[in-house]
Design a protein around this ligand. Sequence first.
Ligand SMILES: Cc1ncc(COP(=O)(O)O)c(C=O)c1O
Length: 486
Amino acid sequence: MNNTQSTDVIFELSRPGRRCHRTPQSDVPTQSLAELIPGEHLATQPPPLPEVSEIDLIRHFTNLSARNMSIDTNFYPLGSCTMKYNPKRHERLAALPGFASLHPLQDDDTTQGMLELLFEMQQYLAEISGLPAVSLQPAAGAQGELTALYVAAAYFRDKGQTHRKKVLVPDSAHGTNPASAALAGFDTVTVKSNAKGLVDIEDLKAKLSEDVAVFMITNPNTLGLFETQIKTITDLLHGVGALVYLDGANMNAILGITRPGDFGADMQHYNVHKTFTGPHGGGGPGSGPIAVRDFLAPYLPAPVVIKDGDRFRLLFDMPKSIGRVRSFFGNVGILFRGYCYIRTLGPDGLREVSEQAVLNANYLRTRVSEAFDIPHAGPCMHEFVASARTLLRERKVRAMDICKRLLDYGFHAPTVYFPMVVAEALMMEPTETESKETLDAFADALLKIKGEDADLLRTSPHSHIICRPDEVKAAKEPILRWTASA
Ligand SMILES: Cc1ncc(COP(=O)(O)O)c(C=O)c1O
């Protein structure tokens, strides 16, 4: 963004004695600081903070905020992240003092409204997944995966089947799947995808044995394809006594159309922040509840919310529970927004969400295919993966260059280089909340970018304050503190 007033200059704007506010002198008698704190710990100079007026400060922060891309400012087709519009009404409702001011240590008697809401949320998530027992505790999808794997481990331990050490994961899976399996103490075995981008059944069969504990499958998968052989897959797993875990990050494509419990999954997580909206990005805030079959319910994290007569309470007495995975009742603020979303839309509305998400993705897929390879045959579900491999071969332009250039056109980049089974991957998820005009504008930009000068693309973006940060260095050597130069 080309702000005429640079936002970096807050320190240069500083003038001695300039203030936003002047606090009155304290009239509370205190001992002198020197008597309380040893002299060597006392600063001799005030900290070199900028001294600015209120209007300069407001401009500084307002301009900084406008440098960010967000779903409220730009189309954000970040595949696998479901960056759909977050209804503002939810923010207002979540801020109602009766909910927002609750303290999690309050007595159950004083939190009946919130407990009722959480109880109903458990029921909705059970109904949508076809899996009857729910824990709202996990704070993100990845933590949901880990929690479910702990539940599976506890279940097999209880059955005396500690030899089940393996977790199978397709090669197209999100990186959190093998990471969760390893963290839960399992050995990860990769299952190949076939040429259609689906689980290779022969490879799966070759890896099946009595020491498999869980198969983690994403359906629709990360290529945006529905695993058409899902029933065969789940039957095969159950045939060797293993459990099927559904990575529910892509539930946005199947709400009200099919249910993981109906196609054979035994456990799943939700990404409430994606599927049911919650402002997310940059690592949070999230909510990753899990839903499991009845026979796994005793192992869920305690407490769960139950209804006792006409009262709601927290059930801690769960002797086989794996214990807590998060403080209190989960990320209640995001669960609350998800609850509002489900209640607002109802069963028909949720189904419509998925139908529109799939329609939008297929429309965009068709338009994008005018410019880029789409390695796997459609139709797709809620997202699809294009590839910049031909551009790389012919003009040395990479997927990353396309993404950076899109910023100049006012679009957030698609997910790039994931899933790893596609070279130069550009993964796009338009979501149901975007109009045809927005999708067309995005596709037109991609078509135009494809024809642009290779050097222009390799050095983009050109209209932003930061061009190409060294992302590795930024992650490995982050500068987290401002230091005065003088
Ligand atoms: C397919 C898939 N699984 C799991 C996750 C992890 O979810 P979270 O980011 O909420 O931890 C993601 C997140 O992008 C995902 O896309």
